[in-house]
Design a protein around this ligand. Structure first.
Ligand code: 5AD
Ligand code: SF4
Length: 464
């Protein structure tokens, strides 16, 4: 089929959405849709929305106001532009989106985008098509593999969804309501997808899932697998040189995952393991199902298995009932773990979640003060972690051209962006770089002679 129609997808939020947006483009490609970066030229505009941040739905409605102008502009030129809303806001709002924004032609949830061709055909005939059911069929079975050209255009590092949904029900979080129950893909299907990506030149695979280490897909022997065993299976795929996974829950760290960090050198020594709070009282109110001590024990076990492992986390400050003493516990946890980086947020109520109805909501000023103190501390830790890399060699997967001529940007094993001067044909290679300068967010270096060892990637260099 010829690529005559144009598709623009705007993706918000997490990597799961970025992955889903690629899959939507892959499904529509055989139907003649080619992607465009210019929404005004598109025949189909899809907003792939995220519900996790505050006032997410309101932001989508105001974006739809802007999209309406594009649609009107296209109509003036005699073109029909279809508008779709996908993702978690679509799942949560459903019909309401069509009611409030009649400019929208189709609404579909994260579990329904495999039906996109049929939904689109309906939207061309009738107005306001909505599909937010949790279907019985497996959407992954209906997905199209990307073409080698599409994979190449997306770069040498790729995400692969292995698990979706969440059964944890942390009291602040909307994910269990928008993404549904935990479900895992079979190992064989994931291995096949990764093989295809590696054949097209992808060198780094990040396995993603809302709760990725709750992974329990069918193994090659027909029995439920674990994330650790899946990582072992993927480590053998030719061409794959780096593996990562995100986002993990402390409760689901098991022996096989610890063993994977011990046994697989290509599993990168960087782990995003959200804790949310350092106070047991708040962890219980959040329904996190782990204590501070449990979390610290996991960190210790992981470091025992892979001494150069660096950690990052998510934190929420100002959860209902959080006292100054509770917040101090969070600060002391950060000091104790020594993160390489972390995300932190002010608690904000999500309608429909238990915490939204809890008493003792914290005043905005207290939340803001706690957040800035925590962020300053995290930034100090991050700078210190980066500074430890100065004068060391690190392996860098070269990903793309940098901002300045002749410069390439890649990632260190610890996910730090590294800028260095190198020929553009080396994109896709893992090189050894001597780190000469470090900033709060990036490292700067130069290509080290071939054969230079990466001794710096050791516990003594990285222990923060
Ligand atoms: N308020 C503030 N932060 C939240 N997060 C999730 N829900 C909320 C909320 N209601 C944060 C958590 C989670 C990250 C993705 O977003 O820290 O790990
Ligand atoms: Fe949300 Fe908690 Fe599930 Fe993470 S584990 S997606 S924070 S409910």
């Amino acid at each position: 089929m010829t690529g005559t129609r144009k598709l623009h997808i705007k993706s918000y939020g997490c990597q799961m959405n970025a992955y889903d947006s690629h899959r939507m483009a892959d499904i529509l490609a055989p139907r003649g849709f080619a992607e465009t970066a210019q929404p005004e030229n598109a025949d189909l505009v899809i907003l792939n929305t995220c519900h996790i941040r505050e006032k997410a739905a309101e932001k989508v409605y105001s974006e739809l106001g802007r999209v309406r102008k594009l649609k009107e502009g296209a109509a003036r030129e005699g073109r029909r532009m279809l508008i779709g809303v996908a993702g978690c806001v679509a799942q949560a709002e459903g019909e309401e989106i069509i009611r409030r924004a009649p400019v929208v032609d189709l609404v579909f949830g994260p579990q329904n985008y495999h039906r996109l061709p049929e939904l689109l055909a309906r939207a061309e005939r009738e107005s306001g098509v909505v599909d937010t059911e949790f279907p019985v069929e497996d959407k992954f079975d209906a997905l199209f593999p990307p073409s080698a050209a599409a994979t190449k255009a997306r770069g040498v590092s790729a995400f692969v969804t292995v698990q979706e949904g969440c059964d944890k029900f942390c009291t602040f979080c909307v994910v269990p309501y928008t993404r549904g129950a935990e479900a895992s893909r079979p190992v064989a299907k994931i291995v096949a997808e990764v093989r295809g990506l590696a054949e097209a030149g992808v060198r780094e695979i990040t396995l993603i899932g809302q709760n990725v280490n709750a992974y329990h897909g069918e193994g090659l022997d027909g029995r439920p697998s674990t994330l650790g065993r899946l990582l072992h299976a993927l480590a053998g795929v030719p061409g794959v040189q780096r593996l990562r996974y995100t986002t993990s829950h402390p409760r689901d760290v098991d022996d096989s995952l610890v063993a994977a960090h011990r046994d697989l050198p290509i599993l990168m020594p960087y782990l995003h393991l959200p804790v949310q709070s350092g106070s047991d009282r708040i962890l219980a109110a959040m329904n996190r199902r782990h204590t501070r001590a449990d979390y610290l024990r996991i960190i210790e076990r992981m470091r025992g298995a892979r001494p150069d492992l660096a950690f990052s986390s998510d934190f929420i400050v100002g959860f209902p009932g959080e006292s100054e003493a509770d917040f101090r516990e969070t600060i002391s946890l950060v000091e104790e773990v020594g993160y390489a980086g972390a995300f932190s947020f002010k608690y904000s109520p999500r309608p429909g979640t238990p915490a939204a109805d809890m008493g003792d909501q914290i005043a905005e000023e207290a939340k803001a003060a706690r957040l800035s103190e925590l962020q300053a501390l995290i930034e100090r830790h991050q700078r210190r972690f980066n500074a430890l890399c100065r004068g060391k060699t690190l392996t860098v997967l070269l990903e793309k051209e940098g901002r300045h001529p002749g410069q390439l940007v890649g990632r260190s094993p610890y996910l730090q962006p590294v800028q260095l001067i190198a020929p553009v044909d080396r994109i896709g290679e893992i090189v050894t770089a001597m780190i000469t300068e470090t900033g709060p967010n990036s490292l700067f270096g130069s290509l080290a002679p071939a054969g230079a060892s990466c001794e710096s990637e050791s516990a003594s260099a990285m222990g923060a």
